[in-house]
Design a protein around this ligand. Structure first.
Ligand code: GLC
Length: 743
């Protein structure tokens, strides 16, 4: 015990000492900097090699870097390019190095499933490893900082950026945020495989009215604190080095100039010591928001509110000096922002060696890392969600046999390559040669006595049906059909809001044409968001939701099709029946007139023309095997409001024919509150592997901390009262018990 204490004390001492050393170094440097040089550190430009936003025309960036007028660059990839620009930065008077940022959202050189797809694995260790590998690859290419994880809670699939986050649930989203921050930052900044994380977009960007990107957000502070801020707090507590603010106005104040968010909540209440980068041009966008008169006013509002670095708007570069000279901005405010940035450059080790991330050998080693590709396949199979597997002639179609079958593969994604990277993938010239198509992956797994034929059937989103006849012929000549449909990869992502979530083009007509051949059909759906495909869901016996799985998509899908891996994915977001049902999410309030069931329409909260339930529920996903969850027992039916714990134990049995993994989920429902409480709230999950026939008891632990919520004074509280507790394989779990929280 004594030894542990001394190690702990020593560790704290070392961290404190290194922190003090960093402070001394940075304060000393700051004392030497001119106002121009300080403002230069707050200025970030994109490289011209691959913009991810509107390019602002500009003078000679390299000259400005040499003059110390640029603190950071984004979209500069590769040891050669980053070294070149770093050399220029070191020619500045005080030789302050640049930091290079990049959207490393789901992989870097090896592309992993889009984040919403990865979240469907509910495997936090795997999600952390995915970020870890992405960081290692990115760091090898000279990148110091990723603009990830995106931790925006999103309840509206019309918003294209749902693909980038962890879905609709705050508990799951917070756990995933931590996993991704830890993955990116690894053993800590200063290691050359660790890159700064950036929790974004602060805040409530996913609640844009109408699911329309960049649109306004208006909600109570209670809702903001209860639903949208916790993943950011979790990321900050996990040590996220930076945050990025969001484009939206929040309750009338743009997030970029929102002192409640940046000063009060983030830097004061949460004691955040990192720095905040604006989103692309968002400082200048406070003018069109109608919040700033001009860019001078925008710069004033942003620096005052607490936006430290200006991505691409030039408002800081063009106005901060004048604002100081006009007495509008105290130098201390600028010093605070500069200090935050310089501390991170120090922690990255860039002052001791500005070229420590410029290592050609490391870049080469990460250029085609076979282990990373096999991991892409591993996380790919675990991200796939089995939505339907109804028996055909008494037997489910999946998993498919590898022999004795002539299989037709039909659809626009059958031979797709980089489409499977989805949005926010980092493009490399040879990507298409590195991706095994679905066609080739399936063919590679078939036995000699089986065969695969292919027809494209249609394009992704036009109305051309000229290929239908040939596709129909292909289907008729086969024993069964695998159809691969979905939205285009650039139909989800930034500025990709959709008013219709249907399968685009004539894909559903093609599906019906093929279905009419009476050949058994398995449907694969590729998308970055929930789509609406009611006819397919009601008629096609087998459906796999494959998101965008990245570099190893083809092999991962083939592995699941043939049962090399028994699908275990669970939906991290509710799938609506129609766009008119949106927003629909599982953790809703009961209302005073809840519908009893899908058919209850009499003076209840329901649509008269639609069942009230979603098409697929949050947490839903099938398996090739059958899991039975039962025998729920609580260690106690009561718990003190401020201490103690309750353990909930269940038996899980794999009673089916395949080994497999199940995500066992725990939900609570507080029956009465000083504010109404959601009908279900996810408060725990465990992913377990069971061999066929195997049983295992698992235990969840609940403490009063998990039960806290925000009351109508926006206080984070517990209240005594009755709780229901549910455990099951989705948010529809029916296995139930009760407990009480007492004084
Ligand atoms: C974009 C995105 C943001 C991204 C940034 C840099 O506009 O909103 O998520 O990190 O610009 O590419």
């Amino acid at each position: 015990m004594k030894k542990t204490l001394s190690i702990l004390a020593l560790t704290i001492l070392v961290i404190t000492a290194s922190g003090q050393k960093a402070d001394r170094f940075v304060n000393d440097l700051l004392s030497k900097m001119t106002l121009d040089e300080k403002i230069g550190q707050l200025n970030q430009y994109t490289g011209d090699w691959g913009a991810t936003g509107k390019i602002t025309s500009d003078g000679e960036k390299e000259k400005q870097i040499r003059e110390g007028k640029v603190g950071s660059m984004l979209n500069v990839i590769g040891v050669d390019k980053t070294r070149k620009l770093q050399e220029l930065a070191l020619q500045s008077r005080l030789h302050i190095p640049l930091i290079f940022g990049q959207d490393v959202i789901h992989g870097f050189r090896t592309t992993f499933p889009v984040p919403l797809g990865e979240t469907a694995s509910w495997d936090l260790a795997l999600i952390e490893k995915s970020a870890r590998i992405a960081a290692t690859e990115a760091a090898a290419y000279g990148i110091h900082w990723t603009f990830a994880p995106m931790v925006d809670i999103a309840r509206d699939p019309r918003w294209g950026r749902v693909m980038e986050g962890a879905g609709e649930d705050t508990y799951l989203g917070s756990k995933v945020a931590v996993a991704r921050v830890k993955g990116f930052q690894g053993n800590g900044l200063g290691n050359t495989d660790a890159i700064m994380a950036c929790a974004k977009h602060f805040a409530a960007y996913g609640a844009a009215v109408g699911g329309r990107d960049y649109n306004s957000v208006d909600m109570s502070l209670r809702q903001l604190n209860e639903t949208y801020l916790p993943p950011f707090k979790a990321a900050v507590d996990a040590g996220a080095a930076t945050l990025m603010n969001s484009f939206n106005d929040l309750n009338g104040v743009p997030a970029t100039g929102n002192a409640y968010l940046l000063r009060e909540k983030l830097k004061k209440e949460w004691n955040f010591k990192g720095f905040v980068v604006s989103d692309w041009g968002s400082i200048g966008e406070m003018v069109p928001h109608g919040f700033a008169k001009d860019e001078y006013d925008a710069a004033l509002k942003a620096i005052t509110a607490g936006s430290d670095m200006d991505m691409e708007s030039r408002c800081y570069r063009n106005n901060l000096k004048q604002l100081v000279q006009d007495g509008k901005v105290p130098v201390a405010l600028i010093d605070d922002a500069v200090r935050r940035i310089l501390i991170k450059k120090y922690e990255l080790g860039l002052f001791s060696d500005p070229y420590r991330f410029c290592n050609e050998e490391r870049e080469k080693a990460e250029t085609n890392n076979a282990d990373n590709r096999s991991f892409a396949r591993e996380i790919g199979v675990r991200s796939i969600v089995l939505l339907e597997n109804k028996p055909v002639n008494g037997k489910p179609l999946l998993p498919l046999s590898k022999s004795n079958a002539k299989i037709a593969l039909i659809g626009p994604f059958g031979k797709a390559t980089t489409a499977h990277h989805g949005f926010w993938a980092v493009p490399f010239p040879d990507d298409s040669q590195r991706i095994e198509t679905l066609h080739d992956a399936i063919a590679a797994q078939l036995d000699k006595n089986a065969s695969l034929i292919y027809s494209k059937g249609c394009n992704i989103q036009d109305n051309d049906t000229s290929l239908f006849a040939e596709a129909r012929k292909t289907a008729l000549s086969a024993d069964m059909v695998i159809m691969t449909l979905g939205e285009a990869p650039d139909m989800s992502g930034e500025a990709k809001s959709r008013s219709s979530l249907r399968l685009p083009g004539v894909q559903e007509e093609l599906l019906k044409t093929i279905f009419a051949t009476n050949k058994p059909v398995i449907l694969l759906i590729s998308a970055g968001r929930p789509l609406i495909f009611n006819w397919a869901a009601d008629n096609v016996p087998a459906i796999l939701y494959t998101w965008w799985l990245g570099t190893e998509a083809g092999n991962a899908i083939a592995d699941v099709l043939f049962g090399n891996y028994n699908p275990s994915g669970k939906l991290p977001i509710t799938f609506p029946r129609t766009e008119g049902q949106i927003p629909i999410y599982y953790n809703h309030y009961n209302t005073g007139r809840p519908a009893k069931d899908d058919n209850d329409k009499t003076y209840v909260s329901a649509y008269i023309d639609l069942p009230s339930s979603p098409k697929y529920a949050f947490g839903y996903g099938l398996s090739y095997t059958r899991f039975e969850i039962g025998n729920l027992q609580l260690s106690s039916d009561k718990m003190k409001i401020n201490k103690g714990k309750i353990e909930a134990r269940v038996d899980v049995k794999n009673s089916g024919d395949y080994d497999g993994e199940e995500v066992v989920q725990l939900y609570i429902h507080k029956l009465i509150g000083s504010v109404v409480r959601p009908v279900r709230e996810l408060k725990g999950f465990q992913k377990i592997f069971l061999k066929k026939g195997e049983s295992k008891a698992i235990t969840f632990t609940l403490t009063p901390e998990e039960l806290k919520f925000y009351n109508d004074k926006t206080e984070f509280v517990n209240e005594v009262g009755e709780y229901e507790l549910f455990i099951g394989d989705s948010s529809l779990a029916s296995l139930k018990s009760r407990f009480t929280l007492n004084e």
